[in-house]
Structure formats: structure tokens, C-alpha cells
Design a protein around this ligand. Structure first.
Ligand code: UAG
Ligand code: ATP
Ligand code: API
Ligand code: MG
Length: 485
């Protein structure tokens, strides 16, 4: 392929060599340099791709995409662009033949609810005959192929490659989570989403490797509404106005507000043997009734979001109802039915916002005691620890503070941080550093009518300690505890 064709949608300045040369591959990692490939130099959080310019040229690279000048032999083509990350996105789209144009693309952003909503959308669309690919926190799904995820929103090259594979596998639509980092780092650059969705927003992901402040976080999320045709947004969010600032798409809204185009009304909590659920009426641009086996008000938001999206695919009311009734998402208020005496669930709440909505939701079901077990990840926001501790002891009767992924921090130091928050609230607490021991404590001491939630690890099947991931799935831990292992 000709370099000029890869650059066709980009503004650039060819500062050396020419663009009419043939390139074999598009590369952004020096370890994958190939003969006559084009290498995109990206300044990352840890390394700067420009530092590898000479090395990749020695390995056979003949074209470089840069943000700043590099010292390489004159026969190498050097293209200067404003953002090499954006260039990688635009060039990847071209490299894979603009696959987004052959799919209905749905991008979901927001602090919480993205993963859950993507599975609801996939379930509804597939039940009505649209083969739908999925990209998100847990995995990428392309037909029968399932690839575990390392980022919620992968690098642009991977996004475009995945889209192409989805087209080849016969997918007509793709539903994907769009993280704020994904937007900030142009991982979804180079194409326009058919549908851009906003679930909600709370302070999160602010720290050294993430966003510099709340303003940066908000403006990154709002980028989606300058990059989609139809925006579908939660009008109940206090950040709604900020989100649509400068938007270039059509706007539709959902929520409990009377102003919403699609509204939820008459919400009722359902408490039946074995599960907690919720039902509500859908009003506005659609009239329907929904019942789901996932608890709480946020499940109303997530399912309403899914309906707002799928409505555009002319899906029947019956399909929506059936699909939502069946949908289960791994590690998102996932019920583990081990006793009729008490309710045990695994959830992914790992910040104050999700923990607060989760515990508030569960409290509304009036359990005998609400027991909340959690830890916090090392090398992540320190404020989160204090806040989660405070929220848990405000809402749970008993907080069991334990370990999550300590990464490069000392587990006890993380627990100490959490305890400073826990002490602010009225609830009782206990600290047990080993997660399995902590879960065993909850099960052994469970009382009739308790709701016990194991928060933070959700779908994860590992524990990360000092750069290494050790196998640890809470479902296995529970099985071993019950078997006395
Ligand atoms: C801080 C951050 O966002 N890091 C992400 C980023 O890495 P980076 O580009 O900064 O990598 P780097 O190591 O500095 O390298 C820079 C460049 O030099 C190149 N390089 C590097 C080394 C070398 O020997 N040769 C070489 O050419 C690299 O290929 C790269 O092009 O780009 C990588 C590829 O896309 C990501 O995997 C990586 O995510 C890390 C794992 C991460 O933890 N990211 C978090 C903050 C994140 O993105 N989270 C969001 C939201 C999660 C949620 O849902 O809550 C997500 O979407 O996942
Ligand atoms: N709409 C919502 N509002 C608030 N909290 C929610 C909502 N939906 C789910 N949650 C809570 O947040 C947790 C994470 O939900 P989910 O994985 O769907 O969100 P996400 O946006 O993908 O999050 P992440 O960025 O962590 O991947 C759930 O386990 C639940 O406790
Ligand atoms: N995508 C999130 C997941 C965190 C989940 C929790 N188990 C933790 O390790 O803190 C992150 O990497 O910050
Ligand atoms: Mg997610």
C-alpha cells in the first residue's frame, strides 16, 4: 500500500522524503518493526516512541510519523503531524479499509454503567437478528471469538483491526465502551460513531496517569458528542449541559426527568426468593413496561439506556422485554446462590459513586443487615480509598475491609487509608487482609436475611501483586470455602 493513501484523511507536513512510497505495515511498537513498514512515534506515559526512531530505521522501517524532529538518514520519509496518536487512529482506519463505515457503531461513555449497558444492547440486538460485536472492560466479542481485554477501550489500531474482523465475521453492529482515556488518547479517532451515549458522570480517574483535573475529565468525555451522528444522553445528570457543550450531533435524552425524550416511571423494587429485581414503565417516545432480575435504580438507568439505543434499530417491544429479562453480566451485581438464608453477590463497584449507588440500592430492599466487603487497588487514586470507606460505613451495617489488587503498594497501607474513611461513618467494621479469609468471615457469620456484597473485583479472575497477576476468582474462593478447602 502507498503511504499517501494511509495519510489521506490527515493534515501533515512531509519534512523529509516523499509519500508516494510503498509501505508494508503500520507499526507503533519498536519491537514489531518490519522492513519497509511505517512507524508512528507516540509519546506515552512511560516511553517516548521518538526515542526509538533510529532503532526502527535500522530494523528496516522506511517511513516515520512524528510530532517533533528526529535525526534519521535522508532516505527515510518523515511526516510531521500535530498528534501522532490521532495520526495512528486515522491511518489505522485507512489501513484496515474504513471498517466502521460497514457497521452501525455504538459508543458508550460515562463513569458508570458502560459495561452493563453494552451487554444489554448486545442481548437485545442479537435477539432481534442483528449480529453484534462488543468491545469493553471484560472482553472483546467477535461472533464466537472472545478475547480477554487489557484496556476498556483498546488502542486505535486494535479498535480498527477488531472492526474489520467484526465485518468479516458478519457483524452488522458494534457496541463498545468508550473510556475518557480512550477519547483523550484518540483511541476512537478516525471515524464517526452512529450513536454516542452518555450514562452519567462523577469525579473519578483523576491522578498522575489519568486526567489532570475534573475539567479535563469532563471535556474528554464530551468529545464523543463532537464525533457521533446521534447523541443519546442521561438528562438527569448534573453534567448534562457540560456534556453537550459544542456538540455536533442530534440529541435525544433519557432519564426520570419529565424533560427526557424517553422516561422511566413507576419504578418498583422486586424482592422474590432467590433474586432482587426491579420493574418500571417506559414513557415518552416509546410506551412499554420492563421487568429485570438485576436490582436497583441504576439497573433502571442501564436498561433504559439500552432501550433508547435499540429503539433506533426498530426492535420490537417483546424482544426488548425478553432480552432484558435474561441478561446477566459477569461481576455486575452477580448473584451467587449458596444459601436461601442470605443473599451473596459479586460486584465491580470500585469507586465511591458506584459503591454508594450499589449500597443505597441494596438498602432499599430492607435486608436484615447489609454487609460490604471491599479493598482498593494499589497505584490508583488514594482519595478513592477514603471515600469508599466513608460510603461503606455510612450505608452498610458491617464493612469488611480487605485487599483488592495491591499492585506495587503494601496491602496494609491501603487498608489503613480505607480505615480513615470507614471511621467517619456509623457502621461497624473489621479488617482482614487476606481476601479469601475475609469472604469466609462473611459467610461464616451470615445471619438470616443478610445481603452480602463482595465489591471491587467483579469479573476479574486474578490478583495483581508487584507486576504479577496471580489466579484468583472470587467464585472459586467461595466454592473452596464451602468445600472447606
Ligand atoms: C497510562 C496509559 O493510558 N497507558 C496506556 C498507553 O500506554 P503508553 O502509550 O503510555 O505506553 P508507553 O509504554 O509509554 O509507550 C509509548 C509508545 O512507545 C512505544 N514503545 C514502548 C516501548 C518500547 O520498547 N518500544 C516502543 O516503541 C509504545 O508502543 C507506545 O507506542 O497505551 C497503551 C496501549 O494503548 C495502553 O495499554 C496503556 O494502558 C495502561 C495499561 C492503563 O492502565 N491505562 C489506563 C489508565 C486506561 O487507559 N484506562 C481506561 C479506563 C479503564 C476503566 O474502564 O475504568 C481504559 O480504557 O482502559
Ligand atoms: N448506571 C449506574 N450508575 C451508578 N452505578 C452503576 C451503574 N451501573 C452499574 N453501576 C455500579 O458500578 C459498577 C460498574 O458497572 P459497569 O461495569 O457497568 O460500569 P462501567 O462504566 O463499565 O465501569 P468501569 O469504568 O469500571 O469499567 C457495577 O458493578 C455497579 O456497582
Ligand atoms: N479499570 C480499573 C479497574 C479497577 C478494579 C479494581 N479491582 C482495582 O484493581 O482497583 C482500573 O484499573 O483502575
Ligand atoms: Mg467498563
Amino acid at each position: 500500500m502507498i503511504l499517501a493513501d494511509l495519510l489521506e484523511k490527515l493534515e501533515y507536513n512531509c519534512i523529509q522524503g516523499d509519500v508516494d512510497r510503498t509501505v508494508t505495515e503500520l507499526v507503533y511498537d519498536s519491537r514489531k518493526a518490519v522492513k519497509d513498514g511505517v512507524f508512528v512515534c507516540i509519546s506515552g506515559a512511560v516511553r517516548d516512541g521518538h526515542d526509538f526512531a533510529r532503532e526502527v530505521v535500522e530494523a528496516g522501517i522506511t517511513s516515520l510519523i512524528v510530532e517533533k524532529e528526529v535525526d534519521v538518514p535522508k532516505d527515510v520519509t518523515v511526516i510531521l503531524v500535530k498528534s501522532t496518536r490521532y495520526a495512528l487512529a486515522a491511518m489505522s482506519a485507512a489501513y484496515f479499509g474504513y471498517p466502521a463505515e460497514k457497521l452501525k457503531t455504538i459508543g458508550i461513555t460515562g463513569t458508570k454503567g458502560k459495561t452493563t449497558t453494552t451487554y444489554m444492547v448486545k442481548s437485545i440486538l442479537e435477539k432481534s437478528g442483528f449480529k453484534t460485536g462488543l468491545i469493553g472492560t471484560i472482553e472483546t466479542i467477535i461472533g464466537d471469538k472472545v478475547i480477554p481485554a487489557s484496556n476498556t477501550t483498546p488502542e486505535s489500531y486494535i479498535v480498527q483491526k477488531t472492526f474489520k474482523e467484526m465485518v468479516e465475521a458478519g457483524c452488522e453492529a458494534v457496541v463498545m465502551e468508550v473510556s475518557s482515556q480512550g477519547l483523550m488518547l484518540h483511541r476512537v479517532g478516525g471515524f464517526v460513531f452512529d450513536y454516542g451515549i452518555f450514562t452519567n458522570l462523577e469525579p473519578d480517574h483523576i491522578g498522575p496517569n489519568e486526567h489532570k483535573d475534573m475539567d479535563d475529565y469532563i471535556s474528554c468525555k464530551s468529545m464523543l458528542f463532537k464525533q457521533c451522528r446521534q447523541g443519546i444522553l442521561n438528562i438527569d445528570s448534573e453534567y448534562y449541559d457540560r456534556m453537550i457543550e459544542g456538540h455536533t450531533c442530534e440529541i435525544e435524552t433519557f432519564g426520570f426527568s419529565e424533560k427526557a425524550s424517553l422516561r422511566a416511571e413507576n419504578m418498583k423494587l422486586l424482592k422474590r426468593k432467590g433474586y432482587l429485581g426491579v420493574e418500571y414503565d417506559v414513557k415518552g417516545i416509546m410506551d412499554s413496561h420492563v421487568e429485570i432480575d438485576i436490582p436497583g435504580k441504576f439497573s433502571v438507568y442501564n436498561s433504559l439506556t439500552a432501550i433508547a439505543i435499540c429503539r433506533h434499530f426498530n426492535v420490537s417491544e417483546e424482544v426488548i422485554q425478553n432480552a432484558l429479562k435474561d441478561v446477566r453480566v459477569k461481576g455486575r451485581v452477580e448473584l451467587i446462590p449458596i444459601s436461601e438464608k442470605f443473599t451473596l453477590m459479586i460486584d465491580y463497584a470500585h469507586n465511591a459513586m458506584s459503591l454508594e449507588s450499589l449500597l443505597t440500592t441494596l438498602k432499599a430492599y430492607e435486608p436484615k443487615r447489609l454487609v460490604c466487603l471491599f479493598g482498593c487497588g494499589g497505584n490508583r487514586s488514594r482519595l478513592r480509598r477514603f471515600e469508599m470507606g466513608e460510603v461503606s460505613s455510612k450505608l452498610a451495617d458491617l464493612t469488611v475491609v480487605t485487599s483488592d489488587n495491591p499492585r506495587n503498594e503494601e496491602p496494609q497501607a491501603i487498608i489503613d487509608d480505607i480505615v480513615t474513611g470507614v471511621k467517619k461513618g456509623p457502621g461497624e467494621y473489621i479488617t482482614i487482609i487476606d481476601r479469601k479469609e475475609a469472604i469466609k468471615y462473611c459467610i461464616d457469620h451470615a445471619k438470616e436475611g443478610d445481603v452480602i456484597v463482595l465489591a471491587g473485583k467483579g469479573h476479574e479472575d486474578y490478583q495483581e501483586i508487584k507486576g504479577k497477576k496471580y489466579k484468583m476468582d472470587e467464585r472459586d474462593l467461595i466454592r473452596d470455602i464451602l468445600a472447606g478447602v
